[in-house]
Design a binder for this molecule. Sequence first.
Ligand code: PAF
Length: 282
Amino acid sequence: MLQVTTTIPATRDVIRKWKKDGYSVGLVPTMGYLHEGHASLIQKCREENDRVVVSVFVNPTQFGPGEDLEAYPRDFERDRALCESLGTDLIFHPEPEEMYQDPHAYVSIDTLSDTLCGKTRPIHFKGVCTVVSKLFHIVTPDRAYFGQKDAQQLAIIRKMVQDLNFDITIVGCPIIREADGLARSSRNTYLSPEERQAALCLSQAVARGQQIIAPGIASQTVIDAMTAVISAEPLARIDYVSVVDALDMQPVDHVEKNVLVALAVYIGRTRLIDNFLYEVAP
Ligand code: PAF
């Protein structure tokens, strides 16, 4: 039966009992307003663990000044129903005051955080690493599940787990898309019907990049082709289109090793991201 906890001690009590009984625990960290992308993470977590924990917490420390912290969509009852239908055992749903007492410590993995989204959102990954570390300490999961849509976040969390010796397996899960290609995101809800249509330029740019990328190709050729697709959409404004090393997130001139091709685009006031991984055979 689904339980909901709002405090750290109550959450630890539940987990302690499970661990005593020998159950494995999987964690799906979320900011709520769950969609098919989250559902795929929860399903994978359900398949691989005896007990499934979903955290629902809109984390204030990962939003910069002027970003959408207040506007971020919330609907806990809907999230609870979805979690229940997917066989979740526990939702951890704390208030900000339960998670943070000012002043508080931060966790920061600087090496992978200075490119892509980290450039536009300088404090974002520090906030993500801080809250994910806290969730890892509170829930002590065996495995934790993250979407490939937030590819830089996934790379940073893998690095954090390695650098800080968390005994947790990080499981990356594929991007889930709408039927017309738009990557699922809680922020899609901000889009007007006209913007929703315009937002297709992200997945179209991804498709164009996938079409032309090849071993040895200049990154700029890929970037130009993808930029042309987005620039044809009047409601779109490019934040970045980049080709980076899949491990260290640093830009590469040519596609000679595994790369992440990532983009962030404003559609009206809404900033959306998308990406694809390209593996170069050894
Ligand atoms: O990907 C998200 O929804 C958030 O960044 C996360 C990992 C739940 C941390 O707040």
